[in-house]
Design a protein around this ligand. Structure first.
Ligand code: ATP
Length: 220
């Protein structure tokens, strides 16, 4: 059975760094599909600038025409409170039973993984597939280092043979794009064209997301 990929994030907004790395991981690991799961309320960072429903619309525009990419609103539908990946994976495990589940995350996210709610149990619910990211290095000590040392997988087949429990580091094309940078460009009145899919750039522009309220509307 092909594994299911689960790509959680704030997606505030989704950008080509997310999409390209998801596509490359999809090709390298042979997923059945990848669920993109925008969080309602991140547990470890400030509240997103744009509502969950709007971030979901942006994701739907971004993955249109890519049938293996699915927008998944389960965290947005959950009762209020922080969006814990542990709860999300429990929900996926209920749905997919014995199927391999792979939680996809960038190396920058893995570096703080031991601060996640019930992080050790997350590894019993899913494999971790970690994409290298510019500016982030694999920890050389601490819980994340120990986790990689004990659970590190050398091959993709380990992820197909077991439902959960391995950690795989994978190399994807390094795109130095972040949502933080995109929000900063929009706040400064600069273009985000080619950093996000065209449909996403168009929607952000018409909705005037991430633009200070006092900024003049220069669209006409
Ligand atoms: P922000 O700049 O607001 O922190 P972000 O661009 O890092 O946002 P998130 O939605 O927080 O995006 O990230 C979701 C996941 O995508 C994380 O696991 C993160 O490591 C990964 N990710 C984000 N940008 C990239 C990129 N350019 N290449 C590979 N992975 C990425």
């Amino acid at each position: 059975m092909k594994p299911i990929g689960i790509f959680g994030g704030t997606f505030d907004p989704v950008h080509q760094g997310h999409l390209r790395s998801a596509l490359e991981m999809h090709e390298a690991l042979g997923f059945e599909r990848i669920h993109f799961v925008p969080c309602a309320q991140p547990a470890h960072r400030a509240a997103p600038r744009v509502s969950g429903e709007q971030r979901l619309v942006l994701l739907e525009l971004a993955v249109a025409g890519q049938p293996a990419f699915v927008c998944d609103d389960r965290e947005l539908r959950r009762a209020s409170g922080p969006s814990y990946m542990y709860d999300t994976l429990l929900s996926f495990r209920g749905q997919y039973r014995d199927r391999p589940l792979c939680l996809l995350l960038g190396l920058d996210a893995f570096v703080g993984f031991s601060r996640w709610h019930r992080w050790a149990e997350i590894c019993d619910l899913a494999h971790l597939v970690i994409a290298r990211r510019p500016g982030a290095d694999l920890p050389e000590r601490g819980d994340e280092y120990a986790l990689y040392k004990t659970r590190g997988a050398e091959t993709v087949s380990a992820l197909h043979q077991h439902a959960a429990g391995s950690v795989l580091i994978t190399t994807v094309t390094q795109l130095e794009i972040s949502a933080t940078d995109i929000r900063a460009r929009l706040a400064a009145g600069r273009s985000i064209r080619y950093l996000v899919p065209d449909a996403v750039a168009d929607y952000i522009e018409t909705q005037r997301f991430y633009v200070p309220r006092w900024a003049p509307d220069l669209s006409d």
